[in-house]
Design a binder for this molecule. Structure first.
Ligand SMILES: Nc1ncnc2c1ncn2[C@@H]1O[C@H](COP(=O)(O)OP(=O)(O)OP(=O)(O)O)[C@@H](O)[C@H]1O
Ligand SMILES: [Mg+2]
Length: 458
């Protein structure tokens, strides 16, 4: 039986991948049109020569070699004029379509893209330089897109279908992926990819991008060094994980750090790091290990610090317990619009958790105020720029209210001629930071004083 017939019989859905995706280039471009015609001619013939089963087991290089050899044979039989360079290009593009992520491959290869958002087969948005734009890339059909979604979730041993239409997964390069398909997604299969950045941004990059001033960056460095417990708050894609990663650079190399994340995004430079990642439920929906279970388990792993990628449920209670019981310098991120709201969200998470539901509100607030030292707010401004908009400290309780003080605050002052937001980071502390004692214990009291003086002089 020829490959085409076997393919139809065994994995009919994968055939959708063999269809041509409408090109991003203008169809008026004659060279581009000739290229597409050549590729589709070759593709039709390829299916009779190659074996799909073999290709699925092959590495990319093996698949490339097989496809290239097959293309050479077909070109010889059909008298097609193809240059040696074009053999490689053809084989590469055909591997992407048959084995890879089709039209997405071109976007995944681009380092300037932060997010890829696919809303059905004909709308692919990308975030470049903080701005979201519609890309010219399209899939041939929702069916082709669905097959690519299946291919992605298969990498984590899952599949998406009507009974289980949502799945988190990861690409081989570490990029984080969320897939949601109809009937939940009305516009067709919807795919969101947070591209993994190999060259993680550092605090120096953040200063260079004017996300933070050099003095405020030094303040963050001291906060990390003297082992304050830190929460990083912000909206989706505001730069929370990036900032958390920057803060981990200030952890000394003799500390044992345990990290808990849904998808391993942090890249700590220290040697003594144990990284725990979520195990998604298996195909039968079982076997999931919750974030709260992992954070609890961390406490038995003799950590010096615990770092939680994203706090959004019962693990809030366990993280605070860790912060309160000798694991100073622990950190986590959470979704909130400002630093006060971050504390309220933490409170709600604890109230909703099995361990915290029985506690009186005042006890919960006391627990928060005695555990969390600093809350840093990350924001994505509406001109696309990401900025650290506040560094606040928790100073204690006044009656039933948690008291905070802003050490640094970003104040916007309108827009410039390019419609970019103009703003400054201002020092807003009225008293010496609460963590001065701690800084002095680490021999860094003078430095903190110096940094606060510099910040407050603006
Ligand atoms: N200060 C910054 N300047 C420019 N780009 C940034 C900055 N901070 C983060 N980014 C980029 O923005 C994107 C989102 O960052 P990040 O993953 O840290 O956000 P997040 O708040 O953790 O998102 P999510 O809520 O989805 O977890 C990444 O591509 C990252 O490289
Ligand atoms: Mg994140």
């Amino acid at each position: 039986m020829g490959f085409a017939k076997r393919l139809k019989k065994q994995i009919p859905a994968d055939e959708a991948l063999l269809q041509e995706a409408p090109s991003s280039a203008s169809s008026d471009d004659p060279a581009r049109k000739a290229w597409i015609d050549l590729k589709s001619q070759l593709r039709n013939e390829l299916v009779d020569i190659l074996d799909a089963g073999d290709l699925s087991e092959d590495t990319r290089e093996q698949a490339f070699n097989k496809i290239k050899s097959a293309v050479i044979v077909i070109a010889g039989q059909r008298d097609l004029e193809i240059s040696p360079h074009d053999y490689d290009r053809l084989a590469n593009e055909l591997v992407d379509e048959i084995k890879g992520l089709g039209p997405l491959e071109a976007l995944i290869a681009r380092d300037d893209i932060a997010d890829i958002m696919v809303n059905g087969h004909d709308k692919v948005y990308i975030e470049v330089g903080g701005k979201v734009e519609l890309s010219p890339i399209k899939f041939a059909s929702d069916e082709q897109l669905l097959q690519i979604c299946q291919r992605i979730v298969r990498m984590v041993g899952r599949r998406v279908d009507e009974s289980s239409p949502i799945c988190d997964a990861r690409l081989l390069d570490g990029s984080r992926v969320n897939v949601i398909i109809p009937p939940l997604a009305i516009n067709g299969p919807t795919l969101t990819i947070r591209k993994f950045r190999k060259d993680k941004l550092t605090i120096h990059d953040l200063v260079k991008f004017r996300s933070i001033t050099p003095d405020a960056a030094r303040l963050l460095q001291l906060i990390g060094r003297v082992r304050c417990n830190v929460l990083i708050s912000g909206g989706t894609g505001s730069g929370k994980t990036t900032l958390l990663n920057c803060l981990t650079a200030f952890i000394t190399h003799d500390e044992r750090v345990v990290t808990c994340e849904d998808a391993a995004e942090l890249q700590l430079q220290q040697d003594h790091v144990v990284s725990l990642e979520t195990r998604p439920p298996n195909i039968e929906g079982g076997g999931q290990v919750s974030m709260a279970d992992r954070v609890k388990n961390c406490l038995r792993m003799r950590p010096d610090r615990i770092i939680v990628g994203e706090v959004r449920g019962g693990e809030a209670f366990d993280l605070l317990q860790a912060m309160n019981t000798g694991h100073d310098g622990s950190m986590g991120t959470l979704h909130a619009n400002n630093t006060r709201q971050a504390l309220s969200r933490l409170e709600s998470m604890i109230i909703a958790s099995p361990a915290g539901s029985a506690l009186p509100l005042r006890a919960i607030r006391e627990m928060i105020s005695s555990s969390v030292d600093i809350v840093v707010q990350a924001s994505r401004l509406n001109d696309g720029r990401r900025v650290i908009t506040a560094i606040s400290e928790v100073t204690g309780m006044e009656e039933d209210v948690i008291v905070t003080q802003d050490l640094v605050k970003f104040q916007s002052q309108g827009r410039d001629e390019n419609n970019k937001i103009i703003g400054h980071h201002l020092g807003t502390a009225i008293t010496t930071p609460n963590f001065m004692n701690r800084a002095q214990q680490y021999g860094l009291g003078d430095q903190l004083l110096e940094v606060m003086t510099a910040i407050n002089s603006i």
